[in-house]
Design a protein around this ligand. Structure first.
Ligand code: CTP
Ligand code: MG
Length: 232
């Protein structure tokens, strides 16, 4: 099977704020999404990329990949999962349902070749897919729902992982999973959640913790630091 990248980049970045969506902010001489795409497009196992963009997007055309032959653009949707579903629909025109789809947030510019290699190497035949993830090292508290800030209990952290991207699944399986999640009205924040709801159990691939998602303004200087470290 072949490997395709799907990059949801249609978000407005409300938590980050500001007039320009976070995926287009400058970072070490390029913009965030250019970094996120570079690792994917430079990997020899990746055959192409489908990118979901907002209808209001006026920045993509200015990027270095604007007319890259391996990048197909589709319209984003209301939620991240809708953007991914749109990309998968376009991909289904030419890809096989057994091909691997690697979904990667445009807002994760510090993905390394090392992690991408590890994820791809973890994909076996007929598997439920795999995702990059990082084990939780902090002690985790659950707050009581009514107060919002009063500790209810402490969760054992040995089995807890933070879900990162890329997350890789067979195209057909992910399409079915997202369609079912949409039908059931379940709010999902990553693709693995939809797969899990089918009763499948994706593999956690221990990744680098510097593959952060830029969510709030303080994440941008962190990403800059990590990229500078990686380039040394
Ligand atoms: N995304 C998307 N379509 C949406 C929402 C999000 O393609 N309708 C993308 C974002 O562009 C980002 C990734 O999904 O690359 C992860 O989403 P998130 O970090 O939540 O980004 P935003 O939705 O843009 O930010 P916020 O939730 O703060 O508004
Ligand atoms: Mg969001």
């Amino acid at each position: 099977p072949r490997h395709w990248a799907v990059v949801p980049a249609a978000g407005a970045g409300r938590r980050f704020g500001g007039p320009v969506p976070k995926q287009y902010l400058e970072l070490c001489g390029r913009c965030v999404i250019e970094h996120s795409l570079a690792t994917l497009l430079e990997h020899p196992a990746i055959d192409g990329c489908v990118l979901a963009l907002s209808a209001e997007d006026e920045w993509w055309a200015e990027t270095v990949y604007a007319s890259h032959p391996a990048v197909q653009r589709v319209a984003g949707g209301t939620e991240r999962s809708d953007s991914v579903a749109n990309a998968l629909e376009a991909l289904s025109e030419y890809a096989d349902e057994h091909d691997w789809v690697l979904v990667h947030d445009a807002a994760r510019p510090c993905l390394t070749r090392f992690d991408l290699d590890r994820l791809i190497a973890a994909l076996g035949d007929g598997s439920a897919g795999a995702l990059l993830a990082v084990q939780v090292h902090d002690t985790v508290k659950v707050a009581d729902a009514a107060s919002g800030d009063r500790v209810l209990r402490t969760v054992p952290r040995e089995q807890l992982w933070r879900a990162y991207t890329p997350q890789a699944f067979p195209l057909g399986t992910l399409r079915r999973a997202l369609a079912r999640a949409r039908d059931q009205g379940s709010a999902i924040t990553d693709d693995a959640s939809a797969i899990e709801q089918l009763g499948l159990r994706p593999l956690l691939v221990s990744g680098r913790s510097d593959n952060l998602k830029i969510t709030r303004p303080e994440d941008l200087p962190l990403a800059q630091f990590f990229l500078e470290q990686q380039q040394e």
